[in-house]
Design a protein around this ligand. Structure first.
Ligand SMILES: Cc1ncc(COP(=O)(O)O)c(C=O)c1O
Ligand SMILES: [Zn+2]
Length: 414
């Protein structure tokens, strides 16, 4: 094994640093003691340069010095990361914002941001000699893990809550995962999966406790820094469930500043749904997390007991950022507006970030002369039923031009 660029795993609660092995949490702080991967940045800076990047593949492995995998580990063949960032002036106008960019992370192999973490997860499972990997997920991490396990030939067990949307469940069945539908919430599925991993020794891909996986999510932040180097937006907006996504992306941007790729860091805006906003509440109360019973149309962020809330709030405080809650109605409102004005069709959790930006503009947290980048974390076809709720029926006619003309002119379309 050679992971010379990784110096250890640091506990977010007590600060103790442990060797970079296959432990998940700090023995002193238990489940609260989430670990964070530490790197040798001086070493990374020697080879991770702007010049070096010009000749590397356009995927997340271009930042290999900042990803905790062995330098000789084989990489999954699926192309992951380096998703496009689009300038979206018409959507900016609709929001009343000076500049807006949209990063389409639904363009990953299984159509969500989670592929960044799963790609690292299957590599770590193999490095630790495991032939089976498991996770609990509100849907996307599951379908993503199923896809990557299939790609590299690992066996997978996936625990999903009973209300996970059908397209996501279908996706993981198609990839051949062993799917365990848990009668209960995501939070119950999560703890049940942990128990099963402990019993059968499966590699645990749950990002909330697996610090290596967050480093996969971090690559979105590394990319934003590279892609936006000369026009770093004032705000970067993510929706928040467990909290590891926003925390990972922030870590990535901080690292890129440290390596000299960017001088300015953005402020982070984290968005939760009204029916599932324990991190927003902890932010407003400047206190500890109080779990809630989660309920929202944005299934991917329906997390009542987020495991990574400390890391998420560290990103918010560290960036002088903010948290915003949005109602399901607001999410449904932005479901069709976002693709119509930017060409990017996001699932409810992805669009929640857009709805949150709109609300933060209304309340003055974000000012209209500022710029923002919204990460659409999952593709809209992940939850067709909700997308259909947010739009209308097609125009039904017989193939008769006169009939069509009548219908179209009645609607003012011709
Ligand atoms: C599409 C999508 N957006 C956002 C999130 C939130 O990420 P996290 O739970 O790491 O905060 C998820 C997590 O499942 C997701 O699937
Ligand atoms: Zn600790």
């Amino acid at each position: 094994m050679s992971m010379k660029h990784v110096t250890g795993l640091k506990c977010v609660v007590c600060g103790e640093v442990y060797p970079a092995d296959n432990r998940y949490t700090c023995p002193r702080d238990g489940i609260e003691g989430i670990l964070e991967v530490q790197f040798d940045y001086e070493r990374a800076a020697k080879t991770l340069t702007r010049e070096a990047l010009t000749s590397r593949d356009k995927d997340q492995w271009r930042y290999r010095e900042l990803i905790p995998i062995d330098s000789d580990s084989p990489l999954p063949h699926l192309q992951v990361g380096f998703t496009p960032v689009y300038h979206a002036p018409r959507l900016a106008d609709a929001l009343g914002l000076a500049q807006l960019y949209v990063k389409d992370d639904g363009r990953n192999p299984t159509n969500s941001f989670k592929d960044r973490a799963s790609a690292v997860g299957v590599i770590k499972a193999r490095e630790f000699g495991s032939d089976t990997i498991a996770c609990a997920s509100t849907g996307n991490a599951a379908s993503s893990l199923a896809g990557f396990a299939a790609a590299v030939g690992l066996k997978s067990f996936i625990f999903v809550p009973e209300h996970a949307p059908d397209p996501k469940v279908t996706q993981l069945l198609i990839f051949g995962a062993n799917v365990i539908k848990v009668k209960g919430s995501y939070d119950e599925a999560y703890y049940f999966c942990m128990e099963a991993c402990a019993k059968w020794g499966w590699y645990n891909r749950n990002c909330a406790i697996n610090s290596y996986l967050v480093e996969g999510k971090k690559t979105a932040g590394l990319e934003i820094a590279e892609q936006m180097a000369h026009q770093m937006p004032d705000w970067v907006v993510f929706s928040v469930g467990d909290g590891c996504t926003i925390a990972g992306a922030w870590k990535g941007m901080v690292e890129m500043q440290r390596l000299g790729f960017i001088s300015k860091l953005p402020r982070m805006l984290g968005v939760q749904a009204e029916g599932s906003k324990p991190i927003v509440d902890a932010f407003l109360a400047k206190g500890e997390l109080r779990p809630v019973a989660a309920r929202t149309v944005a299934d991917s962020i329906a997390v009542g007991r987020p495991r990574n809330w400390r890391k998420a709030l560290n990103a918010i405080y560290g960036s002088n950022g903010s948290m915003q809650a949005v109602s399901d109605e607001e999410i449904l409102k932005w479901m069709p507006i976002t693709p119509r004005l930017s060409g990017v069709f996001g699932e409810p959790a992805g669009v929640a970030a857009m709805a949150g930006l709109a609300k933060a503009l209304e309340s003055g947290i974000v000012r209209k002369e500022e710029s923002a980048l919204v990460v659409i974390t999952g593709n809209g076809l992940k939850d067709v039923a909700t997308a259909r709720r947010a739009t209308h029926e097609p125009i039904a006619v017989t193939p008769n031009l006169r009939e069509l003309e009548g219908v179209l002119s009645a609607r003012g379309l011709v």
